[in-house]
Design a protein around this ligand. Structure first.
Ligand SMILES: Cc1cc2nc3c(=O)[nH]c(=O)nc-3n(C[C@H](O)[C@H](O)[C@H](O)COP(=O)(O)OP(=O)(O)OC[C@H]3O[C@@H](n4cnc5c(N)ncnc54)[C@H](O)[C@@H]3O)c2cc1C
Length: 394
């Protein structure tokens, strides 16, 4: 007779572990939860390779609401995820995001700002003079507008957040098992068991696909629901600058290059326009030419002090990019009464993990969202072909 769990979660990084803990802590849930994860070092999971930042500056209200919940969660993480006397810290630094725009961007910035402020996000629009006054070290001659997160945005230890969810989940009895989910047995629109790469079979009351850039697409196909989620390589470069630049936020330049303080130095990256299915990334090689030809020139043009920077360590990770609309797919798998999915976070899954974990725990346990309604992220939109387009993707 096969082993049996009430819920099996495929993928034990930040999303899988948040769902696991939220389920285990849900007052109406009593059952056994198994998290299956092929790499307990998480070396290649996006959760371990991210830039660890959180912003309210989205164009979709559901994303703003999710990150507003996320920042409150991060501020209180020591209380929420404490395991006995061990209080996790994720070194949250609320340094803000600053989006830079020219005159042509004004309308878009103003439309986004209206949504963000209406939702309660603390985002201010600055004109060129305001930008120069607030950030005197910034080159503003080609700028007309900036959108600045006065509070509620910044950066944190993303790996620490994942480990805090994991430790708390395990303290409540969630089991983690080394393995890879390769198949899901389905009968009468219900998942009855999962099969693992080693051939073992585990019975389940419900199954959740949180397998990220490396695994969510294949697993979703195995559940009868193909999703357009592809791995896109993103490189992050560290560098040092001798000059002090006070109040430096995370800056998103007109060029598409972004950078922010990290410890004593900075990190930077760039999101290329690679939004098709042609290059599903598999390698983790750092693209140094990107730094030389795209990132460094943009940094030096925007901040003269960056002309003489010293490059440091760099790494590459994979975004789980949802090519339909650059937004997460979260909810019940169409056609399955007890199959769920949380993938396609397109570069903003770390900050979304608290709200998504809570929401999926509600959906699994109560059959509906009872706190924040995440219905806008429903995977149904893959079937209907109706995108929920997020304009602010980095
Ligand atoms: C360079 C970079 C910068 C980023 N910056 C930010 C940022 O600033 N802010 C932000 O919010 N987000 C950021 N992100 C995105 C964020 O890291 C991800 O959206 C988030 O970590 C996704 O978490 P996940 O648990 O879904 O996926 P992952 O962390 O990728 O984890 C998926 C897990 O599933 C496992 N797995 C794969 N296949 C299977 C299978 N078949 N069975 C079982 N397990 C399986 C994998 O081993 C992996 O551990 C960034 C990502 C990258 C790469």
């Amino acid at each position: 007779m096969a082993e049996n769990f009430d819920v099996v979660i495929a993928g034990g990084a930040v999303i899988g572990s948040s769902i696991a803990w939220h389920l285990a802590a849900h007052p109406a849930f009593s059952g056994r939860i198994l998290v299956v994860e092929p790499d307990m070092t998480y070396q290649r999971s996006a959760s371990a390779l991210s830039a660890g930042s959180i912003r309210q500056q989205f164009s979709q209200p559901v994303n703003v609401a999710i990150s507003l919940y996320g920042i409150g969660f991060l501020r209180a993480i020591g209380d929420i995820l404490a395991v006995e006397s061990d209080r996790p810290s994720v070194s949250l630094h609320e340094g803000g995001y600053l989006y830079l725009g020219a005159e042509a961007h004004r309308e878009g910035f103003e439309a986004n700002n209206a949504i963000q402020r209406q939702m309660g996000a603390d985002i201010a629009l600055l004109d060129a003079a305001g930008l120069k006054q607030t950030f005197p070290w910034l080159e503003t001659s080609d700028l007309a507008i900036g959108s600045y997160g006065v509070s509620g945005e910044g950066w944190f230890d993303g790996y620490g957040l994942m480990q805090a969810f994991r430790a708390k989940a395990r303290s409540l009895g969630v089991e983690y098992r080394l393995g890879r989910v390769t198949g899901v047995e389905i009968a009468s629109a219900r998942a009855s068991a999962v099969t693992l790469e080693d051939g073992s079979r585990i019975g389940c009351g419900a199954v959740v696909n949180a397998a990220g850039a490396s695994g969510a697409r294949a697993l979703s196909a195995a559940m009868g629901f193909p999703v357009p989620v592809y791995a896109k390589k993103r490189c992050v470069f560290g560098f040092a600058c001798k000059e002090q630049l006070p109040r430096h936020p995370l800056i998103i330049d007109r060029s598409g290059v972004w950078w922010r303080p990290e410890g004593e130095g900075y990190i930077a990256g760039y999101s290329p326009d690679d939004l098709d299915e042609s290059d599903h990334a598999t390698d983790f090689e750092v693209d140094w030419a990107l730094f030389e030809t795209v990132i460094w020139p943009a940094l030096a043009a925007r901040i003269p002090a960056f002309e003489a920077i010293r490059p440091g360590r760099a790494w590459a990770g994979h975004y789980d990019m949802n090519l339909l609309d650059h937004n997460a797919l979260v909810g019940r798998v169409p056609g399955l009464s007890n199959g769920f999915i949380a993938c396609g976070f397109s570069g903003h899954g770390l900050q979304q993990s608290p709200a998504v974990g809570r929401g999926l725990a509600e959906l699994v346990t109560e059959g509906r969202y009872t706190s924040l309604d995440l219905a806008d992220l429903s995977p149904e939109r893959v079937l209907t072909g109706r995108p929920l387009l997020e304009r602010n993707v980095i």
